[in-house]
Design a protein around this ligand. Structure first.
Ligand code: AMP
Ligand code: GLY
Length: 423
């Protein structure tokens, strides 16, 4: 079959790499891809906000499945437009994408279905939000309701910080996304992520991971899109995964179906695990980036029939097989990230990494006449597998050392928690 993959990041390189291995694939088209994906499919220049253009392209190229990587086109309703045109899409409808697009929407589902999550208040004006925060005290968490590119959350350890975050939201720091604010109880425990493939009725557990959001070693400094990740997440034991499914994700699937908004695609549950069990921090309606890179590295099954089963609504009875290996990815970013950074520097040494235990997924690169240049903040996700977290970590950093890119940097402690557990 012909498949169209939408996205340009490291997540999409990992998806393209896995899709390209499928015996079911005829041609993979990628809109727009990056410097790492050119050998895996045909790059196409499509303006994905133009749903009509995407639909016409699918007709021309006899596309049987569209796989949407990032959340923005989903929140923008691309899945609805293509589904209406009779094209199979992996990725939720605009309404179902509210699980990521609106914190208040997700909180309401949790209330209705009795799903464990942080207690909260929802506010449309600063005054009421401030009064609530004063009454509750710090630490407390302030969240812009809508999509704010990962920047809309303030975990405030002090009252002043919480009040300032409320003002930021209502003063327009996050645009429309901050016009409504959710104030949450501060949760403690260990964070982890669990992924589920969903077809509207059934949720198939699809791996666990932990990521490192802060830019600096020791989980310090500003938040980023993610500086590294590993899978599996040791804190999510089989028993804990079962609880996430039965207490959080199955009730979500039921609640969405009851509201006539069935969820189809990948559900990414951000969780806090404490002595009482799992609590939902947030949902995303797409794979994590760079969590997807470590999941694809460990997935033994063919990805294509699973994605198609989600799109067609016949996931029940399907299974996914995973390698027992650990996978770990180290993100190399342009110096300055997550602040201002330069583009266009040349990356060398990638050819020296010829090893099936290592994959360098490109996140922000361009390729021209075999020269790879950096085009983004997060640029490479250097991914390795091993028998243990320590071995995968060691391999990933050995690969990093072979990459010649003076304008880049990475954290030196990705996976520290999992490695410490092994020791
Ligand atoms: P989010 O964008 O909702 O994933 O939040 C970003 C990060 O803020 C999460 O990964 C957590 O580390 C932290 N966070 C969010 N909500 C809470 C909460 N209720 N309690 C403690 N930390 C939180
Ligand atoms: N790595 C975090 C995310 O994809 O949201």
């Amino acid at each position: 079959m012909n498949i169209l993959l939408i996205g340009t990041g490291g997540r999409e390189h990992a998806l393209a790499w896995k899709i390209a291995q499928s015996p079911l694939l005829n041609t993979l088209f990628i809109a727009a891809g990056n410097g790492g994906t050119s050998g895996l499919g045909v790059h196409v220049d499509l303006y994905v906000s133009d749903h009509q253009a995407v639909e016409s392209f699918c007709g021309q190229e006899a596309i049987e499945l569209v796989v949407v990587g990032p959340e923005a086109p989903l929140v923008d309703g691309l899945s609805d437009s293509l589904t209406k045109a009779g094209i199979h899409v992996f990725g939720p409808s605009q309404k179902a994408a509210q699980l990521e697009g609106s914190k208040q929407f997700t909180k309401a589902v949790c209330d209705r279905m009795n799903i464990p999550t942080a207690g909260y208040g929802h506010f449309t004006n600063a005054e009421d939000a401030r009064a609530y925060v004063r009454q509750r005290g710090a630490p407390i968490v302030i969240k812009a309701d809508g999509l704010a590119a990962g920047k809309g959350v303030t975990v405030a350890m002090q009252l002043d910080e919480a009040l300032a975050a409320i003002d930021d939201c209502f003063d327009g720091a996050f645009g429309e996304a901050g016009a409504e604010v959710v104030v949450e109880e501060f949760l403690t425990g260990e964070e982890a992520s669990m992924f589920f493939l969903c077809d509207g009725k059934t949720a198939l557990p699809f791996g666990t991971a932990q990521d490192h959001k802060r830019v600096g070693d020791g989980d310090t400094g500003p938040n980023t899109g993610g500086m590294g990740a590993y899978s599996p997440a040791p804190v999510l034991s089989d028993a804990m995964q079962q609880r996430v499914l039965s207490e959080i994700v199955n009730p979500t699937m039921t609640g969405m179906a009851q509201a006539d908004i069935p969820f189809q695609g990948v559900l990414y549950a951000g969780l806090m695990i404490d002595d009482e069990g799992p609590k939902l921090i947030e949902y995303n309606v797409r794979f994590g980036d760079p969590e997807c890179q470590v999941l694809m590295m460990r997935l033994d099954s063919d990805l294509v029939p699973l994605l198609m089963a989600c799109a067609k609504g016949d996931l029940a009875g399907q299974t996914a097989d995973w390698s027992q290996d650990f996978a770990l990815t180290v993100v190399m970013a342009a110096q300055g990230y997550p602040g201002a950074y330069e583009k266009g520097s040349v990356i060398k040494g990638l050819d020296s990494l010829d090893d099936n235990l290592i994959q360098v997924f490109h996140a922000g690169t361009a390729a021209s006449n075999e020269v790879i240049t950096a085009t983004g903040g997060r640029v490479l996700a250097v991914t390795a597998r091993g028998d243990s977290a320590s071995q995968a970590q060691q391999r990933a950093y050995q690969a990093v050392a072979k990459i010649d890119w003076p304008e880049g940097f990475c954290r030196s402690d990705i996976g520290w928690r999992a490695v410490a557990r092994e020791a």
